[in-house]
Design a protein around this ligand. Structure first.
Ligand code: SF4
Ligand code: SF4
Length: 376
């Protein structure tokens, strides 16, 4: 592996770790995923947390109560695709949730995996003997994981300890950055109750928050550990599923950029449009902007605010358009030397090795943009 790099910090991109709720958009747009069957009809009333789409044992739930208006096209991740449109009645009416009665420590492995799937927490099966929890936001200006730990530290430690117990793991690591003093203080204060959880303080280097890099830096490959890898978001989702029997219909994201007045960490409903979020919560200070999804270094640009929040959105940056164009390559070799997996993005580039970290574009003194080549 190549060297990890320190990213120059600019305070204007930083958000307070306080999470601001925006849970009442006028409309919600739920992507119609291939292979799923519709469980609703146009003009039908839906309850919050009712099932909209079904495929085998997988369900997609309504984040709001309201009326099904029909279908439209929106930007889903990098592509335009069909979505079900639900008009909010702002009543948040739902079927009564049967709260989980038993202690979370009493669940069996199969039950945990069944509930994770059933309540649409995330798309992986837990199995292994070593737990690695990634509490490091991938990019320097993403504050999503940090804010989750800050707000839900006791819930997170409790559920990590329970998973460790249920899966009978021999090692359980929670990795965070060594300069996040606010969350270090909170975790250190509480972690004494959970002797099985090992808190690892990692240097503030990029891209340490990437799964493969973190596993390598922690030396977890050498020992043939079978790793259960979870992000802090996954842990919070498991908490909601086991403790509250709550389908995952909300998403915590970072909204930042140099074309907005103030960066924020927001909790929004999955299916909210970016247009709604910006119009109701964010003051744009420069109309000449571009929209970058999931990180200034490793993210991708979208052309329109008709972009919807899905489960894999971590951050949105609203940044002024670059004035300076790319210059000629001066053959300094930095793009190759600094690539964490040793790719030479200029020659014989192997896309399958690339982590999409964006270091080659960030580091290039000639401002050559390799994103077209690297982003999958
Ligand atoms: S984006 Fe890919 S090629 Fe560029 S530095 Fe990262 S891993 Fe290397
Ligand atoms: S970092 Fe930029 S200027 Fe340097 S070798 Fe790579 S492409 Fe050329």
């Amino acid at each position: 592996m190549g060297s990890l790099i320190q990213i120059k910090h600019n305070k204007i991109y930083d958000a307070d770790s306080k999470i601001i709720n925006y849970l009442n958009p006028d409309f919600i747009y739920i992507p119609y995923e291939k292979g799923f069957n519709l469980n609703i009809k146009t003009k039908e009333k839906v309850l919050k947390d009712s099932i909209l789409l079904i495929k085998d044992n997988k369900y997609i739930y309504s984040p709001i109560s309201g009326n099904v208006l029909g279908a439209t096209k929106m930007i889903i991740n990098k592509q335009i695709g069909p979505c079900i449109v639900i008009e909010n009645d702002f009543k948040e009416t739902n079927n009564k949730i049967i709260s989980a009665k038993k202690s979370i420590y009493d669940y069996q492995k199969d039950e945990v995996n069944k509930l994770i799937k059933e309540y649409n927490a995330f798309n992986k099966n837990l199995d292994g003997n070593t737990i690695l929890i990634n509490g490091i936001d991938l990019e320097i200006y993403e504050g999503t994981y940090k804010s989750i730990i800050n707000k839900y530290s006791s819930e997170i430690l409790e559920i990590i300890d329970a998973i460790n117990d249920i899966f009978k793991c021999h090692k359980c690591i929670l990795a965070i950055k060594n300069n996040d003093s606010e969350i270090i203080e909170k975790l250190v204060y509480q972690i004494g109750t959970y002797p099985n959880i090992e808190l690892k303080l990692m240097p503030d280097l990029y891209p340490l928050g990437h799964k493969d890099i973190l596993i390598e830096e922690l030396n977890l490959l050498k020992n043939n550990y079978k790793i259960i890898y979870l992000t802090i978001e996954d842990v919070l989702a498991i908490y909601n599923v086991l403790r509250r029997k709550k389908p995952i219909t909300e998403k915590i994201i970072t909204i930042s950029g140099n074309a907005i007045e103030k960066a924020k960490i927001m909790n929004v409903k999955i299916g909210t449009s970016l247009k709604d979020i910006l119009n109701n919560n964010i003051k744009i200070i420069n109309d000449n902007y571009k929209i970058i999804i999931n990180g200034l270094l490793s993210g991708y640009e979208v052309e329109s605010k008709d972009f919807i929040i899905t489960k894999n959105i971590k951050s949105i940056f609203i940044n002024t358009l670059d004035q300076e164009g790319a210059k000629e390559c001066i053959n300094c070799g930095l793009c190759h030397r600094k690539c964490p997996v040793g790719c030479d993005v200029r020659n014989n580039f192997k896309l399958e090795k690339c982590l999409n970290c964006g270091i080659c574009t960030y580091i290039c003194p000639s401002k050559i943009n390799f994103k077209d080549r690297t982003v999958k």
